[in-house]
Design a binder for this molecule. Structure first.
Ligand SMILES: Nc1ncnc2c1ncn2[C@@H]1O[C@H](COP(=O)(O)OP(=O)(O)O)[C@@H](O)[C@H]1O
Ligand SMILES: [Mg+2]
Length: 509
């Protein structure tokens, strides 16, 4: 007799149905798992046998075959333990035959028969719901799965015995509650930063339009400090964005306790990060930092210290908004629509361009250091600013500067204008930075004076087509911050100045 249990395999953030078939037949005593299992799935055999034994069930002295169908889809991870164990229990008659028909099952087993949490409970619950099925998952994954909807039947037992008792009717499992929304308190505030008015302005523009930003300045000028305060002026996630972000976090196993938050992600990987850590992949497919920063901010501090390969691997996600990882026998795609914030010193010693400082290595120090950022990478950064050292008078000046809440209100207003405009055009984007190239001229048509300035600037500075469109997008954001319907000369002038900062740096070198 063959018993069947439904479970899932994860491809990107999608849960693909997998059928676990268990057959007990006469033959050589033992248990075999087939259907492209990876190492963790193959080891499931030992855990399942031990857990069944601990739960008071002995394995039959027969041949047990477990097939994971479809057979050509690679199966990764430890969440196949529970479906295999329940399939076996059904085949042994320890569970009513039809008990599992309406459920998708995932979970890892300990040797003592208790269940350990697994990654991906949220996408699995959403996938199960789409098919009209319920979900059986470990107790600790329950709060996370419960976010998928109030009407899904979710069973979150602590052990194999608990689930068997539930189906026998001797102990009823209650539905898990969604994890509490984590409060967004304690974010660092912009008011802590003294002086640096133009850098704060650029940060506000970046937040309003979702633009990428590069800050260049000597050590200790407050670049890292500025970047860390960006989340405090960004608008909260919309419900749809929240779901996308949580699905990725769930797959990565980073939703501890099933706590969701509407704060935008802020990821700041160290510059020693490997390619697998940054874009995802590795032995087990897992989202990388760019995907974990989806709908939020990826902050790369000490930008030139990242290895060139890692930096260049970011070019594709920055352009397309998703990240494709090709593996030996299949490929996975994770969403990764990010806002890149980068910070760097102007040279290795960090002091190039400072008044009264002469670098011993001469101008080479600066050119060599800045050349580590490739041209195509730089071309994708709309706002490039210099963050000079804070003057003593700024530091000593009493009083606080503008608080994050005030700036956040202006950002929210500018974003509302953008959303209304994109909705009217039927475009699926949230910010000017995400606007498709084809629509840029439609949304950001400058007035006559602005057009004249843009023409002059593009001729003199030799803008690429990408640069031209990106300047227009930034100008649109500046007009939105002004509450202006049309893009004027003043907006274009500021947008062009943000793009020129890098050229000035290169010339100074
Ligand atoms: N504008 C500023 N206002 C107040 N404190 C500052 C400012 N800039 C730097 N600091 C102080 O200097 C420290 C280092 O700043 P940091 O942002 O790490 O510099 P950077 O990243 O540019 O090297 C901060 O922790 C803060 O104490
Ligand atoms: Mg720093």
């Amino acid at each position: 007799m063959v018993s069947r249990v439904r479970t899932v395999a994860f491809q990107g953030i999608e849960a693909v149905p997998v059928d676990v078939q268990v057959m007990i037949a006469p033959g050589k005593v033992g248990m075999q798992i087939v259907g492209l299992p990876d190492k963790a799935v193959a080891e499931s055999r030992e855990r399942v046998q031990a857990a069944l034994h601990a739960s008071g069930l002995s394995m039959p002295p027969k041949k047990v075959t477990v097939n994971l169908a479809p057979a050509d889809l690679p199966k990764e991870g430890s969440h196949y333990d529970l479906p295999i164990a329940l399939g076996l229990m059904a085949a042994l008659g320890a569970l009513p035959g039809d008990a599992l028909a309406g459920y998708v099952v995932l979970g890892e087993l300990s040797l003592d028969g208790t269940l350990t949490p697994v990654a991906g409970a949220l996408p699995a619950a959403i996938g199960a719901n789409a098919e009209g099925k319920g979900l059986i998952c470990p107790h600790a994954s329950g709060p996370e799965a419960a976010w998928a909807g109030a009407d899904i039947d979710i069973l979150a037992p602590r052990s194999l015995i608990a689930i068997a008792n539930h189906f026998r009717g001797t102990q009823v499992l209650s539905r898990p509650e969604p994890g509490v929304q984590a409060p967004a308190v304690g974010l660092p505030d912009l008011a802590d930063i003294k002086g640096q008015e133009s850098a704060k302005r650029a940060l506000e523009v970046a937040a309003a339009g979702g633009h990428n930003l590069l800050m260049v300045g000597p050590p200790g000028s407050g670049k890292s400090m500025l970047a860390q305060r960006l989340p405090s002026i960004l608008p909260p996630l919309t419900p749809r964005e929240l779901l996308e972000v949580s699905m990725i976090a769930s797959i990565a196993g980073e939703l501890s306790g099933g706590k969701l938050t509407d704060r935008r992600p802020f990821r700041a990987p160290h510059h020693s990060a490997s390619m697998a850590a940054m874009v995802g992949g590795g032995l087990r497919a897992r989202p990388g930092e760019v995907s974990l920063a989806h709908n939020g901010v990826l902050f790369l501090d000490e930008f030139p210290e990242f290895t060139p390969q890692v930096l260049d691997s970011l070019r594709q996600p920055l352009e397309t908004g998703d990240c494709m990882i090709a593996r030996a026998n299949h490929r996975v795609t994770y969403p990764s629509r990010i806002q890149l914030i980068a910070a760097m010193n102007p040279c290795r010693c960090g002091m190039a361009g400072e008044p009264g400082y002469r670098c011993l290595r001469g101008p080479r120090c600066q050119t060599d250091y800045q050349a580590r950022i490739s041209g195509p990478m730089l071309d994708r950064i709309d706002l490039r600013i210099e963050v000079p050292a804070v003057s003593a008078s700024d530091l000593i000046r009493p009083g606080k500067s503008e608080a994050s809440a005030v700036v956040a209100a202006r950002v929210a207003q500018a974003r509302a204008m953008q959303r209304a405009r994109f909705e009217a055009l039927g475009l699926d984007c949230m910010t000017n930075a995400q606007c498709p190239t084809g629509a840029v001229e439609e949304i950001a048509q400058p007035d006559a004076a602005g057009l004249a300035l843009l023409r002059d600037a593009s001729e003199k500075l030799g803008f690429s087509a990408r640069a031209y469109h990106r300047v227009l997008k930034v100008a649109r954001t500046l007009a939105d911050l002004d509450g202006a319907e049309t893009v004027g000369r003043i907006h274009l002038a500021e947008a062009i100045s943000y793009r020129m900062a890098a050229d000035r740096m290169a010339q100074a070198a």
